[in-house]
Design a protein. Structure first.
Length: 613
């Protein structure tokens, strides 16, 4: 009888994540091929980019080979280029033979259709936001003058003047408006590709509000500079009610001065100019109010700037629950009344925390800053509640973070939980992880969470090699040099377990967000579809950057140093993994069956690891 392979295929916003399992080690198995078909048509093998080992550090093949020739020696894979339309199915087959002549065996899965998670109440939106991709390098070739102008506008200074920032935004928007196919159709544009569903939804929400004469929009924004968004706010006129911060206000400058000038007297605008430096009015939410009744709210991690919408990994969450929208609306009014005072004084009925229940789903909402000193930030209600959920993880945790800090942060809680329970499946990308670099404030620091390990990386690794000038560091041609690759703030716990959890919002997951900045954190429990949607997005982002990290030359990885400063952290800190390519024998399977711990990944994704249980 033909042996079968269990497969699950999860559709994300721009990728499909696959997990599979066979209950026993297969003698002579060199790995697995994955094939795709659309609407029952011809099967096409997915490509692989690393061949069998030559004994030297691995380098990726730029052209790739079908996975029938270079099989995947693992039980998960991400298809980063699935067709946008049609019924998409996948087939997984065990590959035998020899490295020089791989051959399919009769051990295979059935054809499996993709599953797209869909929550009844909450709708997440994601951009692509990754410029470290081959297609982007091809765009640079098609539009050399525009990309050259953009690089000159962005580099080399990290501290831009207002004029510099304005010219950089103009240069970026010029690139984003270019069609993907030069001299072809005007759409899709580069911006359409990078902005994905997230940028489209932001514009759609504002367009729909304009079309409904009874709809008003109440926004609290940290940064605003995207021209398309500003144009839509101007169309709303006095139905746009905006609290606009002063951004990062480095050196006392107002980062949003140009947007404020464009909107002044045209919309209902209030400025929230916080001091001192490092204290931010950091919210990014919009409440939609019809006939004085809040009906929905849009929150998440996304600043309404060209970078935030298009060139940083970000998320947005549409909440169609009037009670939750009311809570955000009450907070908007509290911030308006506070002016430039921080923490904002109480203004009932606004509260610093809310808990809602409905249809088996619970939602906890926290508005900061909470009235505690930073030294007690870990005792703030948002961090305490989030930490308790992290300690309750049973299958695993996925996360994307930006600058959470260490002491008292949720990063610390995740790392310590990984140490306490090595069976947990932990994956994450942390932009500016203070525990793994020699300078805790290094803005180019990229860290990976990989089980109990914290793996250091840097921009010279994760930014596209096509942007490297001879003898110089890589310049990111779209994000400001050395600032942000991952801007999303997401924690997902046990998405397919008994207690799935999603945490997101503007909150950076540390004490500064809890007790110094204006921020919001929304925690949704027991909405499996929502948790799964976020999990797919996080693992897609992780796999993209983890691949780049592992494909980097050893000389580059040596520059990704572990932390030599006194910042604390668990002991499991590793240097970059070395890999010499595919194992030419079936021994690659041993680690998955020796103790079962390597199989935690497929268990996390709902696969029954028969043979290990």
């Amino acid at each position: 009888m033909t042996e079968t392979i269990e497969v699950r295929a999860f559709r994300g916003s721009d990728s499909v994540f696959l997990a599979w399992w066979h209950p026993t080690k297969i003698n002579g198995c060199l790995g697995y091929s994955v094939s795709r078909r659309v609407n029952g048509g011809a099967a096409t093998p997915l490509e692989a980019y690393v061949g069998f080992s030559t004994g030297r550090p691995v380098t990726p093949n730029p052209d790739g080979q079908p996975s029938t020739l270079w099989p995947y020696q693992r039980f998960t894979w991400t298809d980063f280029n699935p067709p946008a339309n049609g019924t998409v199915e996948y087939l997984v087959v065990a590959i035998g033979g020899s490295p020089k002549a791989p051959a399919a065996t009769d051990i295979a899965s059935d054809w499996v259709s993709t599953v797209t998670p869909k929550s009844d109440t909450f709708t997440p939106f994601f951009n692509v936001g990754i410029v470290a991709a081959r297609w982007f390098a091809e765009m640079a070739k098609d539009y050399p003058a525009e990309f050259d102008k953009l690089q000159k506008a962005l580099a080399p200074s990290h501290d831009k003047s207002d004029a510099d920032a304005g010219s950089a935004n103009e240069a970026l928007e010029e690139v984003l408006r270019k069609p993907m196919v030069k001299n072809g159709s005007a759409t899709p544009t580069i911006g359409d590709e990078l902005g994905g569903a997230l940028a489209k939804q932001v514009k759609s929400l504002l367009d729909d509000a304009f079309a409904d004469a009874d709809m008003h929009v109440y926004l609290a924004l940290f940064e605003l500079s995207d021209g398309d968004v500003i144009d839509r706010l101007l169309k709303l006129k006095k139905r746009c009610h905006l609290i606009l911060a002063n951004g990062t206000h480095t050196g006392g400058r107002d980062e949003n001065a140009e947007a404020a000038q464009a909107l002044d007297a045209q919309v209902d605008i209030y400025r929230r100019m916080l001091k001192p430096a490092g204290t931010y009015a950091h919210n990014k939410f919009a409440v939609f109010v019809k006939k004085d009744r809040p009906v929905k709210v849009f929150t998440g991690s996304t600043n309404l700037t060209p970078h935030g919408l298009y060139t940083q990994v970000n998320n947005g969450l549409l909440v169609n629950v009037p009670d939750i929208a009311q809570a955000y609306y009450d907070e908007w009014n509290r911030l308006k009344a506070a002016g430039n005072e921080t923490p904002p004084p109480p203004l009932p009925p606004a509260k610093e925390q809310y808990h809602f229940n409905g249809n088996g789903v619970s939602t906890s909402l926290f508005f900061s800053p909470h009235h505690l000193p930073k030294s007690q930030g870990a005792d703030s209600p948002d961090l305490k509640y989030a930490a308790s959920l992290i300690r309750g993880a049973r299958q695993g945790i996925l996360t994307l973070m930006l600058d959470p800090g260490w002491q008292g942060s949720l990063l610390q809680d995740i790392r310590e939980q990984a140490d306490a329970d090595s069976s947990l499946y932990i994956r994450g990308v942390v932009n500016s992880d203070p525990t793994i670099h020699s300078r805790g404030d290094d803005p180019t620091a990229i860290g990976f969470l990989h089980g109990t390990e914290a793996v250091p990386s840097n921009y010279d690794i994760v930014v596209p090699a096509a942007q490297r000038a001879s003898g110089k560091p890589i310049l990111d041609a779209l994000s400001r040099v050395g600032i942000v690759v991952v801007h999303s703030k997401v924690i997902v716990i046990d998405p397919l377990g008994d207690h799935p959890v999603v945490m997101t919002g503007s909150h950076n997951d540390g004490p500064k967000a809890a007790v110094i900045n204006d921020d919001n954190l929304i925690i949704i429990e027991n909405d499996r579809e929502l948790a799964l949607a976020y999990a797919i997005n996080v693992i897609s982002t992780f796999n993209h950057f983890w691949w780049r990290h592992n494909m980097a030359p050893p000389s580059a990885r040596k520059n990704a140093k572990g932390n030599g400063s006194p910042v604390g952290g668990p002991a499991h800190l590793t240097s970059a993994h070395e890999w010499t390519g595919l194992d030419p024998t079936d021994a690659w399977q041993n680690k998955f069956f020796a103790s079962g711990s390597e199989a935690n990944e497929v268990r996390f994704w709902g696969i029954s690891t028969r043979g290990l249980e």
